[in-house]
Design a binder for this molecule. Sequence first.
Ligand code: FE
Ligand code: FE
Ligand code: ZN
Length: 275
Amino acid sequence: MLYLGYHLSSVNGFEAMGREALKAGANTFAFFTRNPRGGKAKAIDPDDAAALCTLLDENSFGKLVAHAPYTLNPCSDKPNVREFAKLCMSEDMERMEYLPGNYYNFHPGSHVGQGTEAGIRMITDLLNDIVSPEQSTTVLLETMSGKGSEVGGRFEELAAIIDGVKVKEKIGVCMDSCHISDAGYDIISDLDGVLEEFDRVVGLHYLKALHINDSKNPPESHKDRHACIGEGELGLDVIGRFINHPKLTGLPCILETPNEFEGYKREIELLRAWR
Ligand code: FE
Ligand code: FE
Ligand code: ZN
């Protein structure tokens, strides 16, 4: 089963997201758990959350991939910034329980000159504070492009974070096609090799979701600029092979391309029709 969807807005609530996803031909989706710039989260309407759960069930959706605000920095050099990330994420763990059993994806952060090792330690500490064996949500580390002092551009860094986390059964990875190409992993000509490397370094059983973006920049550019499918340096065929790879079957695939509703609908059709 190909689970395809895109990042949609939560302004109209949970059930509205499910209805919009259906209209676009999606059977999974992503959303920000709160204002993407961080800050206070809107109170959750339990009836609305339950209505979405019913809709997802009735329409055989794959797992959802909620996204933490991208402005959080779990490995900042400022204690109050790290504290804020922890606060938001621990609150999000509680909020996610209204949609039990889904994924919550976050950017590991930027170490801003403290060094990768220090960054990894801070990220691990934060995860050990917020992830509990009782929660139903699996927290996903996103593979990053290695822009600036970003942590998570190398598989080794993700492996080191996971290694330090106590509750490993609630941790996973979300692989972003634009980010790993920008980071220097050659998914254009050696996707098998990249997945073998991921398996060797991290373990494929940790790979839980995919972000599907073309890239405005050539491999190893460390830029992180998403392009629409087929309009970037990866191209439709590389992305088609990626989401249909036998080792990645059943993973939710989320488009984060620069689109509005019509564009996402078109890209979902395009990808479903691919070979
Ligand atoms: Fe992301
Ligand atoms: Fe992404
Ligand atoms: Zn990105």
